[in-house]
Design a protein. Structure first.
Length: 189
């Protein structure tokens, strides 16, 4: 997958400025695709040049004018073609896992602290995803929303993000407990 496809998918529901797109990535898209704001602005420029998104200027009275973008029909075709292609398996690339792999030869306290930090971040994301899911489904319960909701794609990816963060939280807590049990003094493993 390329960043272009994640940007096109994020522009399906509404026009967004580069700033709004960066916020959307921070909140909803970050659970499956990470991008820095600079990368998003550069990708919007490229997509507009290729005719996959269209931008327009919005005049604002009390703020500087802004450009908003929407996916064009060509952009939707690009997204459809991408969706039709086979997906590659995902892989994990995580520096904390490298550190845990070396658990027998490093300082247990430092590793336990980093596991705690990751658990705290996961708990915050769990809260965020829970709030987003509630907001998306409104008054409907989840099963009703999944059957009848207007647009379930963002909801489904949010569910995946929630499951991932819950698993991360559980794993971090369990591994920290294992390390504490094996090395109660926090000594070098």
């Amino acid at each position: 997958m390329a960043l272009r496809h994640a940007v096109l998918a994020a522009l399906l529901d509404e026009e967004r400025s580069g700033y709004q797109l960066a916020k959307a990535f921070d909140v909803g898209v970050a659970n499956f695709w990470h991008a820095l704001p600079q990368q998003l602005y550069a990708e919007l420029t490229k997509l507009e040049r290729e005719g996959l998104v269209a931008g327009r200027e919005v005049v604002q009275e009390s703020r500087p004018n802004k450009r908003v973008f929407r996916a064009t029909e060509s952009g939707l075709t690009e997204l459809r073609d991408f969706t039709a292609a086979a997906s590659k398996p995902s892989f994990i690339r995580d520096d904390l896992l490298v550190k845990v792999q070396a658990a027998d030869h490093v300082d247990a306290e430092q590793l336990i602290e980093q596991l705690g930090d990751r658990a705290t971040a996961a708990a915050a994301k769990i809260e965020l995803f829970g709030a987003l899911l509630r907001q998306m489904r409104g008054d409907a319960d989840e099963e009703e929303f999944l059957r009848t909701g207007h647009r379930i794609g963002p909801y489904l990816t949010c569910l995946r993000g929630l499951a991932f963060e819950r698993e991360t939280l559980d794993w971090c807590r369990r591994i920290a407990d294992v390390l504490r049990t094996r090395h109660p003094s926090g000594s070098t493993l």
